[in-house]
Design a protein around this ligand. Structure first.
Ligand code: 13P
Length: 254
């Protein structure tokens, strides 16, 4: 049985003290628990330690994720963060392959594949993003486009625990635009992702891998999204930056 996941991607928002404040407010909002929903917040790198302390000191009902990682163990890689460094401050999850990293920073499927392997070798759950730009959607080749991303991103990946590998389908045209894909649009692609995972990893493993939707997901549309058979939660940008709104979303995903 796949557990619904709601993961907040704070992107490049919130200074250290603002991040701590948001984490404290979210802990307060979620004090009655999160039901069957696994909740994760992914602050900017410099906020991770502060949010980790909030989680630890309050036994907060959410996990901690980073927004990026480098695949090497250590060394002369100025500006990068190694998987070990994430583990050491208590981050159990990490977003990889976000379309903003692919688009602005040239991250490739090959990079994403290396990052997934490095994270999994350290017991960190990758939240591996995929999704098509508007012109591909308009050309009607979005399913094929995303399936090819999945195949490249998972090349030679060994998944021992399928609950610890997460995919997020984020159509680029729906990110930060207020244009949510309909629940049927999300299901079409998330269903195709599942079929691809069956081909690659077999039915048993594919049945346990969470496939999230991302792109203007919020407290109003989340229930329709998670009602679809292959949509297992959401990777949330804007709606994760206000504790009451994000908590409402967690509630409505139950
Ligand atoms: P929005 O929810 O702001 O559209 O962002 C989605 C996203 O990119 C999450 O990673």
């Amino acid at each position: 049985m796949r557990k619904v996941m709601i993961a907040g991607n704070w992107k490049m928002n919130k200074t250290f003290s603002e991040g701590v404040e948001l984490a404290l407010a979210l802990n307060e909002e979620l004090k009655d628990g999160t039901g069957d929903v696994e909740v994760v917040v992914c602050p900017p790198a410099v906020d991770l330690k502060g949010v980790a302390e909030v989680i630890e000191q309050n036994d907060a009902p959410f996990g901690l994720g980073a927004q990026n990682v480098y695949w090497e163990e250590k060394g002369a890689f100025t500006g990068e963060t190694a998987p070990d460094m994430l583990t050491a401050i208590g981050a159990g999850y990490c977003i990889i392959g976000h379309s903003e990293r692919r688009g602005y920073f040239g991250e490739t499927d090959e990079d994403i594949n290396k990052k997934a392997k490095a994270l999994m070798a350290h017991g960190i759950v990758p939240i591996s993003c995929c999704g098509e730009p508007l012109e591909i959607r308009e050309a009607g080749t979005h399913v094929e486009f995303v399936v090819n991303q999945i195949k490249a991103d998972t090349a030679d990946l060994v998944i021992d625990d399928p609950a610890k590998y997460v995919i997020a389908y984020e159509p680029i045209w729906a990110i930060g635009t207020g244009k949510t894909a309909t629940a049927d649009d999300a299901q079409e692609v998330c269903g195709a992702i599942r079929e691809t995972l069956v081909e690659i990893f077999g039915a048993e493993t594919a049945a346990e891998i969470r496939v999230l939707y991302g792109g203007s997901a919020n407290e109003k549309n989340i229930a329709d999204l998670v009602a679809k058979p292959d949509v297992d939660g959401a990777l949330v940008g804007g709606a994760s930056l206000k504790a009451p709104q994000f908590a409402e979303m967690v509630k409505n995903a139950q």
